[in-house]
Design a protein around this ligand. Structure first.
Ligand code: CO8
Length: 253
């Protein structure tokens, strides 16, 4: 399998499994990632997903360059884009970046909501080094996520940055030793699973959809979602549990 898909309680762990090729994204990865994402999206028992790469060297070094050919290029890239949809699924995604996150690998990480990195992680959009350019959101998301001048330098030089620099500029929220990466991702995932799942999902959707809205429009979206969350069972359960001084039992209803 090019992608391992494991369910641990309410957490789905999606691992790109081509360590011999730095977890490069080929058609098999795209297809299997898509299947895992759809299962995660539609399974009511799964609340948070972690995306990571197999091995100790790479999250993903991007599209599989060995598969590039002029005649198949468009089709390959179009299919390889399938994994990059974590920001259209309203359950939270955590990218656990265990090494190189380059090209499509960084673009995949940028679709996730939370990015944490191991100390050996490196980040870059090196497509221009091979006469190419980003095609799965790099030119659009990177300047929205980090200061524009830094994004421009990465996009136009192809140079990489290390984990500490990524932390300094806010591209990742934590840097931890490699052996602590997955435990830390699970700890964050478990924390999210203790929160009201509908509130979590509506917050994610409001955050993403609101990003490109004018403030007044975004505030209206938030008000509509807030009104909806107040009609749910979980809203009343959260308040009851607080008053009764017990942990809430959320049902995503
Ligand atoms: N594709 C295919 N194979 C790769 C890739 C890749 N992207 N990256 C590494 N590999 C392979 C190497 O060819 C090598 O294989 P082999 O042992 O058969 O020679 C193996 O992985 C190990 O790599 P290296 O020997 O090169 O290891 P180094 O430690 O010397 O270097 C690097 C590691 C820095 C990661 C280096 O391999 C590298 O620069 N890789 C290319 C990174 C790159 O240019 N990525 C951008 C690709 S284009 C892209 O992502 C466009 C995205 C479009 C949308 C995608 C949708 C998701």
């Amino acid at each position: 399998m090019a992608v391992d898909y494991v369910k641990e309680g309410r957490i789905a762990i999606i691992t790109i499994n081509r360590p011999e090729a730095m977890n490069a994204l080929n058609a098999d990865v795209g297809r299997e990632m898509q299947e895992a994402m759809i299962d995660f999206r539609d399974n009511n028992d799964l609340w948070v997903a972690i995306i990571t790469g197999a091995g100790e060297r790479a999250f993903s070094a991007g599209a599989d360059i060995k598969g590039f050919q002029p005649s198949t290029g468009t089709e390959e890239i179009r299919r390889a884009e399938a994994p990059v949809r974590a920001d259209t699924i309203w359950k939270p995604f955590i990218a656990a970046i265990n090494g190189y996150a380059l090209g499509g690998g960084l673009e995949l990480a940028m679709t996730c909501d939370i990015r944490i990195a191991s100390e050996n992680a490196q980040f870059g959009q090196p497509e221009i080094n091979i006469g190419f350019m980003p095609g799965a959101g790099g030119t659009q998301r990177l300047p929205r996520f980090i200061p524009r001048a830094l994004a421009a330098e990465m996009l136009l030089t192809g140079n990489r940055i290390n984990a500490q620099e990524a932390y300094r500029i806010g591209l990742v929220s934590r840097v931890v030793p490699l052996d602590q990466l997955i435990p830390t991702a699970k700890e964050i995932a478990n924390t999210i699973c203790e929160r009201g799942p509908i509130g979590v999902r509506e917050s994610k959707e409001a955050m993403i959809r609101g990003y490109d809205m004018a403030l007044e429009e975004g505030l209206l979206l938030e008000r509509q979602k807030n009104n909806y969350v107040r009609t749910t069972e979980d809203f009343m359960e959260g308040a009851r549990a607080f008053v009764e001084k017990r942990p809430p039992q959320y049902k995503a209803k």
